[in-house]
Design a protein around this ligand. Structure first.
Ligand code: S3P
Length: 171
């Protein structure tokens, strides 16, 4: 029941391009909660785009920044948080999610993820190599972590509003 769940922050996990940001932004007002996007918060804190952070400081340093931003948010009042697809690869971030949040895995099939994640060319991890192969490899590495989420939701065909409605039913 939403009123019960809202005691804790709601964290959306899943692959890039699954729709976490759009879904989170629409879910938050339905629950009367503020919305945050972890990538946007990192960009604000660093004064730099995610792509530039990856390029200048590397993925490891990006994950540290991501962990720090998530720690600050998840220790604060309830909200809906869209995480970056790789946040769950960081052990401390995983522990934080388990301890503080209700987590939702937004699942989408590989072709949908590839199509959406390559659209704007902003994902540093897809800058080199074949995007589909990269997505398949990342999904294989991350699935066990995503699967730990409290709630699993298949991204619905059509507008993201359909997926939001499904989440509302499952909460
Ligand atoms: C990443 C996903 C991105 C962003 C960064 C790394 C990943 O976020 O954090 O490019 O490792 O999957 P989105 O999932 O919002 O695209």
């Amino acid at each position: 029941h939403p009123q019960f769940q809202c005691i804790r922050p709601i964290v959306l996990v899943g692959m890039m391009g699954a729709g976490k940001t759009t879904i989170g932004r629409r879910l938050a007002p339905r629950l009367g909660l503020p919305f945050y996007d972890a990538d946007a918060e990192i960009e604000k804190a660093a004064g730099m785009r995610v792509g530039d952070l990856f390029e200048l400081h590397g993925e490891k340093s990006f994950r540290e920044g991501e962990a720090k931003v998530m720690k600050r948010l998840l220790n604060g009042p309830p909200h809906v948080l869209a995480t970056g697809g790789g946040a769950v690869t960081h052990a401390a971030t995983r522990a934080l999610i388990v301890k503080k949040a209700v987590s939702i895995w937004i699942k989408a099939d590989t072709d949908t993820v590839v199509r959406r994640a390559t659209r704007r060319g902003t994902r540093p991890l897809l800058k080199t190599g074949d995007p589909k192969k990269t997505i398949e490899r990342l999904l294989k590495q991350r699935s066990e972590f995503y699967a730990n989420a409290d709630i699993h939701v298949d991204s619905q065909p059509g507008p993201h509003e359909n997926t939001v409605a499904l989440i509302m039913e499952k909460l």
